[in-house]
Design a protein around this ligand. Sequence first.
Ligand SMILES: [Zn+2]
Ligand SMILES: [Zn+2]
Length: 338
Amino acid sequence: MADPHESLHGTDRVDLHLHTLASDGFWTPDTLTTYLAEHDFAVAAVCDHDSQKSVVEAIDLGRQRGVTVIPGVEVTCKWEERQLHILVYGIRPDRDDAAARPFLALMRDIDDQLNINAIDARERFIASGRDLPSLEEIRNGRVLWPFHVLSAVIQDKHAPNLKEAAEMLVSLGGTFTADLPVEAVVAAAHEAGGVCVVAHPGRDDAVGVVTDADLDRLLPIAPMDGLEAHYRSHTAEQTALYREIAERRGLLISCGSDSHAPGKPVDPKPWRAAWCAALLERLGLIVDVDTNGPVWTSSMEPLPAQPPAPAPGPDESQTAEPQQDVHHERTEEGAVSA
Ligand SMILES: [Zn+2]
Ligand SMILES: [Zn+2]
């Protein structure tokens, strides 16, 4: 068993935005850390929506498998009548020190509110004549969340997708979100020593693009630490733009696939540690960045996931370099996922 990577090479594989069944993903801590170890990832962050229920198990399994798992969460926040997804790194959910208490209390509040909203949503669908016989199987022993109810609405053929299921719930007077005020989330995260990063700033969907001008208004009330400049659906131009904005504003840069399950919408992506070196160092990992040449150019991205290496034969001492892959996924998300 390898030890977790305390110091990293610039080309080590890193994915700082992954979901599990603690929110709307289907990775388990076991399947996720197995995948990451088999594909030679050095560092990963488990960032479920509004939940850290998989974090401790993933850290422990990652340690056994040689993958450093950073505690994370993707908090659904409210700002200026819109939603923002904020990645908060570095706060373990099993802390009980005074500095962590306000943030962990916010996490309990959003879990409780989502549960209340889900129970209300289930009642509204059933009262409208839409039975949900698949709900208990989908819930599978978890605290009931709106995502489970909307998934049952689809499974039981009342709506074709999450977006329409969510719209149906709103038309019935219910709600599927419990957004927290962004300034409260960032203040509590900072008190706990956490690092706050704007998730997928270039993703043009229900959450929406976060522009340079938006940051002029956001940062004074909610001082973010970074931007997720490397994201699975960002074009090379968007990556370059958000890297430039981050560098100009003195913000950290993160790299995330937002994988929710094998191939859904993508597998974890092997971003390079050098691309998010300052963030990794804030999280206690030392990155040995090669200073000869640029840290990132568009021709480097995105790297393909490396298949599991075959067991080396007696004469094999080298592994092949990964192929460059210039394909960019353009995945559209529903209003309540990712
Ligand atoms: Zn998101
Ligand atoms: Zn996400």
